[in-house]
Write a new protein. Structure first.
Length: 138
């Protein structure tokens, strides 16, 4: 509803500014008329004001729909990648003793010095009692 009002204000402003621009040459022609020049300036300025109010209303209406501009930080995974801590690791660098996710592996990859093996680290569970019970049963 607010968006419709903003659109109609902008349309009214464009029409008013157009009429003001159409009246302006007649005010500045051979027979200059100060009153006609004032009417043209009034129509042009009110049209511009109406357009700007329409843009302002539309921006305020859209601002309510948009969340804050700050992106949510990615959730950290316990037992995840040693570099970013956002994703589970897929490979381990034996030279540097780093568990790496696929994203961080692209920046770390060096054929000459690093040796890679599949990562055995699993993301940690929230309940430590389960892991302790499983270790005792084995």
């Amino acid at each position: 509803m607010v968006s419709r009002a903003a659109n109609s204000l902008m349309v009214v402003g464009v029409v008013g500014a157009f009429i003001g621009l159409c009246v302006l040459p007649s005010a500045l022609g051979d027979h200059q008329d100060g009153n006609l020049l004032s009417v043209a300036a009034l129509l042009l300025s009110l049209g511009a004001l109406s357009i700007s109010v329409g843009f302002y209303m539309k921006a305020r209406f859209l601002q309510k729909d948009v969340r804050s501009g700050k992106p949510e930080p990615p959730r950290k995974i316990r037992g995840g990648c040693d570099l970013c801590r956002n994703e589970p690791p897929v490979i381990q660098c034996k030279v540097h003793q780093l568990h790496l996710c696929a994203t961080c592996l692209t920046g770390h990859y060096d054929v000459r010095s690093c040796v890679y093996v599949p990562s055995l680290r699993r993301p940690a569970t929230k309940n430590g009692k389960n892991t302790a019970a499983k270790a005792q049963s084995v």
